[in-house]
Design a protein around this ligand. Structure first.
Ligand SMILES: O=C(O)C[C@@H](O)[C@H](O)C(=O)CO
Length: 267
């Protein structure tokens, strides 16, 4: 039984189906929740000592925070429509509410906040879209909160891996605080599959193999990457989406490829 695979549960009163906290993951920075809300259902919460990025994975909602109110935002009704999502950045120490105006899948990404930024909407036109890799390593990236956009510690990105392809590949790691060469970042992978009965694979391993877990990942599962390389593969017939949340002592994404497989990008 792997300790890095977190499965979804039945929704609680606030629609929460999945939760990773620094305590549950045994690390220091990244927090992640998924709420599935019915139309009209409301989530009320406080960010406490953590900055948040609310990602509307699918569906629409009205989000309020103090004098800020974003009315009926959202456009992507199914994550696999592959348009960029609406998201909301919230600093630490604020109360907020999310009222679903349609059925809603909401990801609540969090990391330590230091009060340096105002609440703001991150609209689809602010999301940088790109394609990485070639052949069966091609995948499509949507940067929601990259290091070029303001935040205290959070990094948020989503990735679409076509059926039969690999992503986060060749395997890379970011577990040493050694800038400018590599940054130390914890990471969560929230996985969705299309069609939903599919499965994907993810391996998390270190050079010395003191950590080496290979997981069959079902739709709606979350994989924890405390350290090590973390490639993901989508079987033929099943498209893979994942939402990554990263944070660590410094807000930079600088990775090192596994030297055994680095030749793949060098050919
Ligand atoms: O390039 C990819 O396939 C996505 C990864 O970069 C992913 O976002 C990640 O592992 C970040 O560390």
């Amino acid at each position: 039984m792997t300790s890095l695979l977190v499965r979804p549960n039945k929704a609680d009163a606030q629609g929460k189906v999945l939760e990773v906290t620094p305590e549950s993951a045994g690390w220091e920075h990244v927090g992640f929740r998924v709420h599935k809300l019915a139309k009209g259902q409301r989530l009320e919460a406080n960010t406490e000592d953590r900055e948040h990025c609310l990602v509307l994975v699918s569906g629409r909602a009205t989000v309020t925070c103090g004098e800020h109110r974003w009315e009926d935002i959202g456009e992507r009704m199914d994550v696999f429509e592959k348009v960029a999502p609406y998201s909301v950045y919230l600093p630490n120490g604020v109360s907020y509410s999310v009222e679903a105006t349609t059925e809603l899948e909401l990801a609540v990404c969090s990391a330590p906040g230091f009060g340096n930024h105002e609440p703001r909407l991150i609209s689809p036109d602010q999301v940088k879209r790109s394609t990485r890799g070639s052949g069966t390593n091609t995948r499509h990236i949507q940067d929601i909160l990259p290091e070029t956009e303001p935040a205290d510690s959070l990094l948020v990105v989503e990735v679409f891996t076509p059926p039969g392809n690999w992503s986060s590949y060749p395997p890379h790691k970011h577990d040493v605080d050694d800038l400018p060469n590599e940054s130390k970042l914890e990471e969560t992978y929230y996985h969705r599959l299309n069609p939903s009965q599919g499965f994907a694979f993810q391996r998390v391993y270190t050079d010395d193999r003191s950590l080496d877990e290979s997981m069959a990942v079902d739709n709606g599962c979350c994989v924890l990457v405390p350290r090590g390389y973390h490639p993901a593969g989508a079987p033929h017939g099943y498209e893979l989406y994942y939402l990554n949340v990263m944070a660590g002592p410094k807000r930079a994404w600088k990775f090192t490829n596994d030297p055994d497989h680095d030749w793949i990008v060098k050919q």
